[in-house]
Design a binder for this molecule. Structure first.
Ligand SMILES: [Fe+2]
Length: 163
């Protein structure tokens, strides 16, 4: 035996219960969160800065939720012995700046629904192979995305009424 093979390997306690497929699925969700429109929204978005506080506040929270979800997914991947490696990150969405709230809100609601679908597909594809931490984090995220989608639907309906 060469010294290299006798050297203790880096301990990855959960590696056996977290096959590459789990890491892959989590990286797919991380990629989706990082590419989400919410990551590119900020207070400087003209129509957003003119919106009332009851719209601005939840949207600012959704931007935060997106950051927190990304960080939680990355940490979970690392805790399973994997590397947070999203395949591609899309460039900033410039067109957001040109959308009035009436058009922006339904778009954001739709984005939330797509995200929920991704999470649900991830849970389905993992099935019973998923470690409990993985299932519980994904279910927490789904619940938060659902609540956000409802807020966006309501705000979108209000914005549509006003014009
Ligand atoms: Fe999420």
């Amino acid at each position: 035996m060469t010294p290299a093979t006798t050297r203790p390997t880096i301990t990855r306690p959960m590696a056996s219960s977290a096959p590459a497929a789990v890491i892959d699925v989590l990286n797919g969700l991380l990629e989706a969160e990082l590419n989400s429109v919410f990551r590119f929204m900020d207070e400087g978005t003209p129509h957003l800065s003119r919106a009332t506080a009851d719209v601005r506040r939840p949207l600012a929270e959704m931007v935060e939720t997106n950051r927190r979800h990304s960080a939680q997914l990355a940490r979970l991947i690392e805790s399973l012995g994997g590397y947070p490696l999203p395949r591609s990150i899309r460039p900033e969405e410039q067109y957001l700046a040109f959308l009035s709230l009436k058009f922006l809100l339904p778009k954001l609601a739709n984005e939330k629904r797509l995200t929920i679908q991704r999470y649900e597909n991830a849970l389905k594809s993992l099935g019973k192979t998923a470690p409990p931490d993985v299932t519980s984090l994904l279910m927490t995220h789904i619940a938060e995305h659902r609540r956000d989608a409802e807020i966006l639907d309501r705000a979108g309906a209000e914005a549509a009424k006003r014009k």
